[in-house]
Design a protein around this ligand. Structure first.
Ligand SMILES: [Zn+2]
Length: 263
């Protein structure tokens, strides 16, 4: 699933559409309930990221809010095989944006009064300090990995980057939040921010090559999968200590860790 770096990549690539006018909205999925006539004629004032959401701020205080979930994509070009997976097309006075959603898991919402979801602090927010992270982590008995993935506490981190950040900080993903020391949290903070920034620099992570896998708005794969340290590396040697990476299941999701340096 696209996480903060993949969504940030898409939002940055679409930033030149600020000021574009929506001339037509083609809804190709009858399950998308959008007030097409209300959206046509509005101007995109800004496209921004809220956690893992992509928010088109429209004139008149309206918003079109896209969440890619497992397989959704926003793209400016589409391949022939993507035509039948296209759920809407925004026709702008400067090009088109396609919403490709093969497994129909991505969501599209329309809001007349702001962003409708409660999200925790964003790791790229200047207020996301080690102290703020300590407040979130030390107040919870939940295991640290699902805690980092809880969007109501910290917004934008999912299964891949939580595993990577914990490996960098040498913290066992199963440790309860309130058992972490200040020293560990001081190591975890730059690990979170660092891995997310590096992943943005690599245009995110693409794990497969099917129509459902993440790509940027030009249809190109991300490149961070080449540098992942633990995620998806079960049985391979740890890049730091050489022990074999293990996979466990935690809160229903695969968790990868090094038994040599995280336990
Ligand atoms: Zn190791």
């Amino acid at each position: 699933m696209p996480e903060l770096p993949e969504v940030e990549t898409i939002v940055r690539e679409l930033s030149d559409l600020s000021g574009a006018r929506i001339e037509r909205l083609q809804v190709l999925d009858p399950r998308l309930e959008l007030p097409v006539h209300e959206i046509i004629g509005t101007t995109i004032e800004k496209i921004e990221r809220q956690g893992k959401y992509i928010v088109f701020r429209l004139s008149g205080g309206r918003s079109l809010i896209v969440h890619l979930r497992m397989s959704g994509r926003l793209t400016r070009t589409r391949s022939p095989e993507e035509v039948r997976h296209t759920r809407f097309i925004l026709h702008l006075d400067r090009g088109k944006v396609y919403f490709i959603n093969p497994r129909r898991l991505g969501t599209v919402e329309y809001s007349r009064n702001g962003f409708p979801h409660q999200l925790g602090i964003d790791p790229f927010d200047p207020e996301f300090t080690p102290e703020r992270l300590a407040e979130v982590v030390m107040a919870s008995r939940a295991p640290i990995k699902p805690l980092l993935m809880n969007q109501k506490k910290i917004a934008g981190i999912g299964n891949i980057y939580s595993a990577e950040a914990l490996w960098r900080a040498r913290i066992d993903p199963c440790r309860a939040g309130n058992t972490l020391t200040h020293k560990e949290i001081r190591a975890l903070h730059p690990s979170i921010v660092g891995v997310l920034k590096e992943a943005v620099d690599h245009m995110g992570t693409t794990l497969g090559d099917t129509v459902s896998d993440y790509r940027n708005t030009s249809g190109e794969y991300g490149e961070f999968q080449e540098v992942l340290s633990v995620y998806g590396r079960e049985g391979k040697p740890c890049r730091r200590c050489g022990k074999k990476i293990e996979r466990i299941v935690q809160a229903g999701r695969s968790t990868y860790l090094c038994p040599g340096c995280q336990r």
